[in-house]
Design a protein around this ligand. Structure first.
Ligand code: AG3
Length: 307
């Protein structure tokens, strides 16, 4: 009999993958952790029952998270990754030769250990790069206390429920904006406007309270619910939709390996929001999460599955 893996339903919607092999399972201090070999995605990391990343498609998520903000910065030297215990974000950061310090602050050491053991290609040697440092700590506490300043801060977290909910609090985003060097910018995964419209709005709304310039952007991550995924960039000074294409092209050619999603045209296109997503955005300035009727009238494409 086939065995399938599915996340708990999101908004009445569920995607599933055939399980080829169960490789590992543990309950860490913070969450449940599983490594499954799934048909298609390949070996996959599952935290708290939700798919995080996999050998075959990790680039669909990590490239937009990392390269859109790094190329929007003219010369990133110091980069902080909050979360990201599989090491994929760190590996992509280190592809940029301008980066001389890449610090990852991950709360759960088990994620780093299991990923290095079962998914070593995802970090691909990042943890032994002399420019990299790993700290096992609560990212919120680290940012509240540190005097270090970063050109780019990336938050690579699970969905904003449970422990990761703290990462969209006003307090965390305030410390993060203080942790940016002049001209710095911050990027974070913000869920799916299709399967998680309320989480998306909560994340973008929190960014709008913390930063002067806030630009949500979209991409496709085939293993996540509804596949259409999003990230958001906040900055007080840099508008990531304006970048110098000629210098980005030169920097792109200087990376030690070719990318599979990112191109300057993708960077431009990622910020173009469908009309219904723009209408949803207008609901982000209020304290209350939008009702189902409001989501429906904003033109959400799957209004029937929202509750
Ligand atoms: N972080 C997970 C993004 C959220 C996925 N949500 C979901 N599957 N319900 C990705 C970690 C990869 N480094």
């Amino acid at each position: 009999m086939d065995e399938w893996f599915a996340e708990p339903p999101f908004a009445g919607l569920q995607q599933r993958y055939r399980i080829l092999e169960r490789l590992y399972a543990e309950t860490t201090r913070w969450q449940s952790l599983e490594i499954l070999d799934l048909e298609g995605p390949g070996r996959s990391l599952i935290l708290a029952g939700t798919l995080q990343t996999s050998l075959n498609e990790e680039f669909t998520y990590h490239e937009p998270l990392v390269h859109v903000p790094l190329f929007a910065h003219p010369n990133p030297h110091r980069v902080l990754v909050v979360g990201g215990g599989d090491g994929g974000a760190l590996r992509h950061v280190l592809l940029h030769p301008s980066v001389d310090r890449a610090l990852e602050v991950e709360i759960d050491p088990s994620v780093v250990e299991a990923s290095r053991r079962f998914l070593p290609e995802i970090s691909g040697g990042a943890y032994t790069d002399p420019r990299a440092e790993l700290k096992i700590d609560d990212g919120a506490r680290f940012l509240a206390e540190t005097d270090e300043r970063f050109d780019v801060i990336l938050v690579d977290s699970t969905d904003p429920v449970g422990p990761a909910a703290a990462l969209i609090s006003d307090g965390f985003l305030h410390s993060a904006s203080r942790g940016l060097a002049p001209g710095g910018l911050m990027a974070m995964q913000s869920g799916s406007p299709i399967s998680q419209p309320r989480e998306w709005l909560a994340t973008v709304g929190a960014f709008k309270r913390a930063f002067r310039i806030v630009k949500p952007y979209l991409g496709y991550v085939p293993i996540y619910p509804a596949m259409l995924w999003s990230w958001v960039i906040g900055s007080d000074e840099v508008d990531p939709t304006r970048f110098d294409e000629v210098s980005v092209r030169t920097r792109l050619e200087g990376l030690p390996e070719p990318l599979r999603v990112y191109t300057p045209a993708m960077q431009r296109a990622a910020f173009a929001l469908p009309r219904f997503v723009q209408s949803l955005l207008e609901l982000s300035d209020r304290d209350q999460p939008p009702t189902r009727a409001e989501l429906r009238s904003a033109g959400h494409p799957l209004p029937g599955v929202l509750d």
